[in-house]
Design a protein around this ligand. Structure first.
Ligand code: SF4
Ligand code: MG
Length: 283
């Protein structure tokens, strides 16, 4: 059983001091240690953006992919090596802009992977442009008169696409975030943890204080039932998406479990046996 320290490496994150992504990094490291995992059992796959750097900052296997493609990479990895715990990670621009099509299909495909999104409602790496989750009226250099589009609401989209696990966390509450990441990893199927992870440098609207004033923590409501999908959707709509905690969870077979024979034999090994000539040419 590896400790939290063993999930750290010697790469110093170049995120700005105070960036919400530090907490997400720490929450993933704590969750992996709490679940008794070893670094070699895990792969963290990311796309492009400030948050995309996270795959280089956690001592597991890592793959820093191209913009919006964390989920195709993560799904391919999981299919090729079902023994790996696969965590995809990235930002709101990466996952809900260019990668949005992949997100919807990953949700409905339901492979057993975890997707942690660091949602700061802005493009941070490119120095502060309006992103798909930026609010209506949000002003940046690309929308100097205010954003005239409406924001994508990740949990609403995920519930609409039939997700089996949807949670939302906040960088200021690392204990809750760690618990949510643990639950997501344990869930058999596609699990989303969307994290309000403030960009302290470019987003002066959705700050830590702003989230503290607006977030509704579902853990404070003992009557909330996360197995009720219509109630989950209602809660997301009621709060404008600003609710944290486990929002929805439903156990059902994952994609892998529905592939005939997949559980008995890893895909890569199976193909090797079926057609050794092809693999012979490759090696
Ligand atoms: Fe974080 Fe924003 Fe700095 Fe990027 S620009 S590292 S998102 S605070
Ligand atoms: Mg962003």
């Amino acid at each position: 059983m590896a400790t939290v320290k063993e999930f750290r490496n010697n790469v110093r994150p170049n995120w700005c001091p105070g960036c919400g992504d530090f907490s997400v990094q720490a929450a993933i490291q704590r969750a992996l240690a709490n679940l008794g995992m070893e670094p070699e059992q895990v792969a963290v796959v990311s796309g492009i953006g400030c948050s995309g750097r996270i795959s280089g900052y956690i001592n597991t296997y890592g793959f820093h992919g191209v913009h919006g493609r964390a989920l195709p990479l993560a799904q391919g990895l999981k299919l090729a090596n079902r023994d790996l715990t696969v965590i995809a990670a990235g930002g709101d621009g990466d996952g809900f802009g260019i990668g949005l099509g992949h997100f919807i299909h990953a949700v409905r495909r339901n492979l057993d992977i975890t997707y942690v999104t660091m949602d700061n409602q802005i493009y941070g790496l490119t120095k502060g442009q309006t992103s798909p989750t930026s609010g209506h009226g949000f002003k940046t250099k690309t929308t100097p008169s205010g954003n005239i589009e409406h924001a994508v609401q990740p949990i609403e989209l995920a519930l609409g696409a039939g997700i089996g696990f949807a949670a939302q966390g906040f960088s200021s509450d690392i204990n809750q975030l760690t618990r949510l990441v643990e639950l997501a990893i344990q869930h058999k199927g596609f699990a989303l943890v969307n994290v309000f992870s403030p960009c302290v440098t470019f987003n002066k609207t959705n700050t830590y204080d702003w989230f503290k004033q607006h977030i509704v923590n579902l853990e404070n409501d003992p009557a909330y039932d996360p197995t009720d999908r219509s109630r989950a959707m209602q809660k997301v709509l009621e709060t404008g998406g600003l609710c944290t905690g486990l929002i929805y969870r439903q156990e059902r077979p994952s994609y892998e479990e529905l592939i005939p024979g997949f559980q008995a034999e890893p895909v890569a090994r199976h193909n090797l046996q079926m057609d050794p000539g092809v693999f012979g040419e490759l090696v």
